[in-house]
Design a protein around this ligand. Structure first.
Ligand code: PGU
Length: 406
C-alpha cells in the first residue's frame, strides 16, 4: 500500500480548535443541564464571527450572485482575482503602493498561509513568535520543517518567546539566518500590537539576516490607535523582505464567505535573485483556481466608502465586547493583555496548566476559552478569550466569570 507522508507523523495529533470542540461536546454530554438557559455553554473560544454582515456589503454579495444569472454579468474562473478588487485593495489599504499583479486574491488568509510554504519547500529554517496561531507551526511541519513540537523533534522551528516581560515582542537576536519568520500583529493570541519602532526593528533584523517575514495582518481592522501600523509595508524596506496576508473574515464577517488577499511585492527576491512574485503567480495559478466570484463582489462592496464604514462599525462592536471581557477579568485581579486594538484577551494564570484553567472555567462558568499552551510553549499558564460573540452572551459570560473570584 502507499506510504504515509512522514511529515504528518510530526504534527501534533489534533488541531487545536477541533480538540476544543470535542471537549465541549464531551462536557455537554455529561452535563444535561447545559440544555437549560442557565446552564448553557457560551463560547469565547474559537475566533469565529457571530454578527450579521452589514447591509451595504451584504448587498454586494447578493448583487454579485444575481449577476451570475445574467448574460452580461456572468463570470467564470478569475485566476488571481478580479482586477477591480486587486486595484481597490491596493488603494484602500496601501495608498495605491502595489500594482494589481502584486495583490493576489485568496479564499482566506489561512489557506494562503498553508500554500505559501510551497515556495520554500522542505528543510528551511522557520521561526515563529511563541505563542502564535498554530497554523504557522503545523503548516511548516507538514511542509517538511522537521519536528514541530518539543518532544516530537523540535529541530527546524525556532520559537521566539513573546511574554509580559518583553512586552510580547520577541528578542530578534534569536532570529535564525535565512529563515521564514511568521509574525502576526495585532497578535493572535496575545492581542499585542507591534509599534512602528518594533516593526522597524523587525524589518531591519529580517534584512540583515536574510529572513523573509510572512506578516499576518488578519486583525489590522481592529487597530484603533492611529500611531500603530496596520501593515508591514508602512515600514521602509519591507518590500524586499516581506509578504503580507490579510482577510475579510474578521473585519467584514466573511469567516464563512471566505475571502482574503496576499501581497507579494515584485521587489522581493530569493537568495538566487529569482522573483518570489513570479513564482507565487505560477504556484497559486497551478493549485488554486481563484476565490468565489460572489465573495469578491462582496469584498468590492466592502471597499466602497460605505463598506469601509460598516467594517469599522463591526470591528468596534467586537472591540466593545473585548473591553467588557477585559474589565470583568481585571476586576478579578487576573492579569490581561490585548483587547484594545485586538479582539483577543490574553489572561494569565501563573503556575497553572492552561488546559486545567480551560476545564475550570468551563466547569464553573460554562464558558469556553482557548488554552494558551495550544499556541506554543510560552502560552502555558494562559487562556485566550475571544471577543467574537453576541452581546447578551458576552455580558452573561462576564457575569459568570465572577465565580472564578470565589
Ligand atoms: N490568521 C490569523 C492570525 C487568525 O487568527 C486566523 C483565524 C486566520 C488567519 C484565518 O483567516 P481566514 O481568512 O478566515 O482564513 N483564527 C481563528 C480561527 C481558527 C482557525 O483555525 O483559523 C482563531 O480562533 O484563532
Amino acid at each position: 500500500m502507499i506510504a504515509r507522508n512522514p511529515c504528518i507523523a510530526n504534527i501534533k495529533a489534533g488541531y487545536l480548535f477541533p480538540e476544543i470542540a470535542r471537549r465541549r461536546r464531551e462536557f455537554a454530554a455529561s452535563h444535561p443541564d447545559t440544555a437549560s438557559p442557565e446552564g448553557r455553554v457560551i463560547s469565547l473560544g474559537v475566533g469565529n464571527t457571530t454578527e450579521p454582515i452589514l447591509p451595504h456589503i451584504c448587498r454586494g454579495l447578493a448583487e454579485g450572485a444575481g449577476r451570475l444569472g445574467t448574460a452580461e454579468g456572468y463570470s467564470g474562473y478569475t485566476d488571481e482575482g478580479f482586477e477591480e478588487l486587486r486595484k481597490k485593495i491596493s488603494e484602500v489599504f496601501y495608498n495605491g503602493a502595489f500594482a494589481a499583479d502584486e495583490v493576489f486574491i485568496s479564499d482566506g488568509a489561512k489557506c494562503d498561509i498553508g500554500r505559501l510554504q510551497l515556495l520554500f519547500g522542505a528543510g528551511i529554517p522557520v521561526a515563529v513568535q511563541d505563542p502564535s496561531y498554530p497554523v504557522y507551526v503545523d503548516g511548516s511541519v507538514l511542509a517538511g520543517a522537521a519536528g514541530g513540537w518539543e518532544g516530537t523533534g523540535y529541530r527546524g522551528i525556532s520559537y521566539l518567546p513573546c511574554t509580559a516581560e518583553n512586552g510580547y515582542f520577541p528578542d530578534l537576536a534569536a532570529l535564525p539566518e535565512n529563515a521564514l519568520f511568521y509574525f502576526c500583529s495585532p497578535n493572535n493570541p496575545t492581542g499585542a500590537t507591534a509599534s512602528r519602532e518594533q516593526l522597524g526593528a523587525l524589518v531591519k533584523a529580517a534584512r540583515e539576516r536574510g529572513a523573509l517575514v510572512i506578516f499576518d495582518a488578519a486583525y489590522s481592522g481592529y487597530i484603533r490607535d492611529p500611531a500603530l501600523p496596520k501593515s508591514i509595508f508602512e515600514i521602509d524596506g519591507a518590500g524586499d523582505c516581506a509578504i503580507e496576508v490579510n482577510s475579510f473574515s474578521k473585519p467584514a464577517g466573511f469567516t464563512g464567505v471566505r475571502l482574503g488577499w496576499t501581497i507579494v511585492p515584485k521587489e522581493l527576491k530569493y537568495s538566487g535573485g529569482e522573483s518570489v512574485n513570479a513564482d507565487w503567480a505560477r504556484v497559486s495559478g497551478t493549485i488554486f483556481n481563484g476565490a468565489s466570484n460572489i465573495a469578491q463582489w462582496g469584498a468590492i462592496a466592502a471597499l466602497d466608502p460605505e463598506g469601509v464604514r460598516e467594517m469599522g462599525e463591526l470591528c468596534d462592536f467586537y472591540l466593545e465586547n473585548a473591553a467588557l471581557i477585559r474589565a470583568a477579568l481585571q476586576k478579578l485581579g487576573i492579569p490581561c493583555a490585548g483587547g484594545d486594538n485586538s479582539p483577543y484577551i490574553w489572561a494569565g494564570f501563573p503556575g497553572r496548566d492552561s488546559w486545567d484553567v480551560f476545564a475550570e472555567i468551563l466547569e464553573n462558568c460554562r464558558v469556553i476559552t482557548t488554552p494558551g499552551s495550544g499556541f506554543g510553549p510560552a502560552g502555558q499558564g494562559f487562556v485566550r478569550f475571544s471577543a467574537f460573540g453576541h452581546r447578551p452572551d458576552v455580558e452573561e459570560a462576564c457575569a459568570r466569570l465572577a465565580k472564578l473570584g470565589g
